[in-house]
Design a protein around this ligand. Structure first.
Ligand code: CA
Length: 229
C-alpha cells in the first residue's frame, strides 16, 4: 500500500525545462557542438560536464577539459538567466501539478520532494506555488546528495527521510535519467512526458505508467492509487 509520493521538481512541478533547453542549445551550437533543444530534455538530470562531454565526444572525439566545461557551463547559465528574466524571472507552475498534489494530500499520503536543484529559495518558492504540501524534513535537494540522479541515492535518501519502504512509495518523474534513478531504487515510477522527447525513452528506463502531462496524471491518479491498495 502506497504511503508516500516522491516528486521530482523541474519538469514535474515547474515548467522550467524550456529555458534550460534553449540555453544549452544556443551555447553548445556557438561552440561548434550542434545540440537541439530536445537533446537537452533527453539529458536532463546529468551534470553540466557530463552533458558537455557527450557532445565533445561526438563532435571533437574527446572529453571536454575542466576549463572548457566550466566556460561553457558559465555561458549557459548566463543565457538561462537572461531567458528567465525576460519572462518574469521564474518558471511557471506545471499545469495539472496542483491537482496531482491535492489528490495525493486528500488521500493522506506524504509528499516528498526529490530534486537535483540546490537553490536556497527552493522552499519559499514551493510554498508560494503549492502551499502546505512540502516540508524541509521531506525534501532531498542537490545539497543533500553525493551522486545525484541517475544514481538511486536521492530516492533511497527520500525513502529514509519519509520512513517508508520502496513498496510503499511511488515516484513522479519527467526525465529518462530520473526514471532510471527511481527504478534503480526499486520504486514504481510514473513518467510524465512534459517535454518533447520520445515517450519510449521513458518506458525503456522502466517506468510503470506513462502520461503526456501532469493534467493527464491528475485524471488517472485515483485509478493508480486504488489499484495499488
Ligand atoms: Ca525533472
Amino acid at each position: 500500500m502506497v504511503r508516500g509520493v516522491l516528486f521530482d521538481m523541474d519538469g514535474v512541478l515547474f515548467d522550467s525545462m524550456p529555458g534550460h533547453a534553449y540555453a544549452w542549445a544556443k551555447v553548445m551550437t556557438q561552440y561548434g557542438l550542434p545540440m537541439k533543444e530536445s537533446d537537452a530534455f533527453e539529458h536532463e538530470g546529468r551534470t553540466g560536464i557530463g552533458t558537455i562531454s557527450i557532445f565533445t565526444q561526438r563532435y571533437w572525439g574527446r572529453d571536454a577539459t575542466e576549463e572548457e566545461a566550466q566556460e561553457l557551463y558559465r555561458k549557459k547559465t548566463i543565457v538561462f538567466n537572461e531567458y528567465m528574466s525576460a519572462r518574469g524571472g521564474e518558471a511557471p507552475e506545471m499545469p495539472g501539478a496542483a491537482d496531482v498534489l491535492n489528490k495525493v494530500r486528500a488521500r493522506g499520503l506524504m509528499r516528498v520532494l526529490v530534486t537535483g536543484s540546490a537553490q536556497q529559495s527552493l522552499l519559499t518558492r514551493l510554498e508560494r506555488h503549492y502551499p502546505g504540501h512540502f516540508t524541509p524534513a521531506l525534501m532531498v535537494t542537490g545539497d543533500d546528495v553525493r551522486y545525484g540522479k541517475p544514481n538511486p541515492e536521492p530516492y533511497l535518501m527520500a525513502l529514509q527521510k519519509a520512513g517508508i519502504t520502496a513498496d510503499e512509495a511511488l515516484v513522479v518523474e519527467n526525465a529518462p535519467l530520473g526514471v532510471r534513478a527511481a527504478v534503480a531504487a526499486g520504486i514504481k515510477t510514473i513518467a510524465v512526458n512534459t517535454g518533447p522527447i520520445d515517450p519510449q525513452l521513458l518506458l525503456n528506463e522502466g517506468a510503470t505508467w506513462l502520461f503526456p502531462s501532469m493534467a493527464a496524471l491528475a485524471e488517472n491518479l485515483d485509478t493508480i492509487l486504488t489499484n495499488d491498495e
